[in-house]
Design a protein around this ligand. Sequence first.
Ligand code: HEC
Ligand code: HEC
Length: 230
Amino acid sequence: MKRVLSWMVMTGGLMLGASAVAPSFAAQEGLAAPDAARGGTLYEQGDASRGIISCASCHGPGGDSTIEANPKLAGQHAGYLHGQLIDLRQLPDAEAPSRISPVMNPMAANLTDQDIADISYYLSQKTLDNPATATNPALVEAGQKIWRGGIMAKGVPACSACHGASGTGIPAQYPYLGGQFASYLESQLHAFRSGDRAGDRDTGGVMADIAARLSDAEIKAVSDYAAGLR
Ligand code: HEC
Ligand code: HEC
């Protein structure tokens, strides 16, 4: 479902944004209801017969990654994870995926729609037991300012308007950011800015627009602050 995200999301309040999109993947035509147990087995063990590598080998058991190179997935909203796996999936002979990642594109390539629904549901039910923390006290003030109030002069909205005051996001639409690795958040803001993460355009290109207005220093500060949110 395509839809236009406008700045009205901010002025109209959070519920407007939340109610605009229902997690439709659960009711996708031709698919069984998402099965967390099946998704868990596939996530933890992979399926060698179908060329699917264990996701846990990088993202950690239950998605609680402790390796900074691989983002944490535990407790992330199912609708968001579902959308990202579709964006990351490189189908044979298709154009490039809309979210470019040399590591993840081949990992998602062999997942069926049912696999994606099941794994997304499984991960959304997990909890992040080892959240990341902010690491740079010198950046807290600048990061917090952007998170809570945006940067008026540059037309940057408050991150909290969509991702929540404590970084928990809004199911389906706005991802959970609190406790994620700062370096990963930083890398994604750069990817939105460069266009490597173009799947965002399906949701109105809001992150590409925001990232384009942020300097490298601002990206660093707000990423570090978000990692420390609970
Ligand atoms: C070899 C390590 C590796 C394996 C195996 C792997 N991933 Fe990833 N995954 C990554 C990396 C690195 C990223 C960050 C990609 C980027 O920079 O955009 C990522 C990103 C993701 C994201 C996006 C997270 C977000 O917050 O947007 C999802 C979802 C994901 N992986 C799911 C999976 C699933 C499901 C599997 C198993 C089928 C899997 N991954 C296997 C390394 C891995
Ligand atoms: C109008 C709503 C909105 C606002 C305001 C907003 N975001 Fe986002 N953000 C989104 C959406 C939607 C996505 C998912 C984009 C996609 O589908 O790839 C997202 C994704 C992200 C991601 C990627 C998360 C991941 O797991 O890969 C980061 C990082 C992020 N936002 C940071 C920020 C920061 C920092 C700010 C404030 C400067 C901000 N956002 C403000 C809507 C918003």
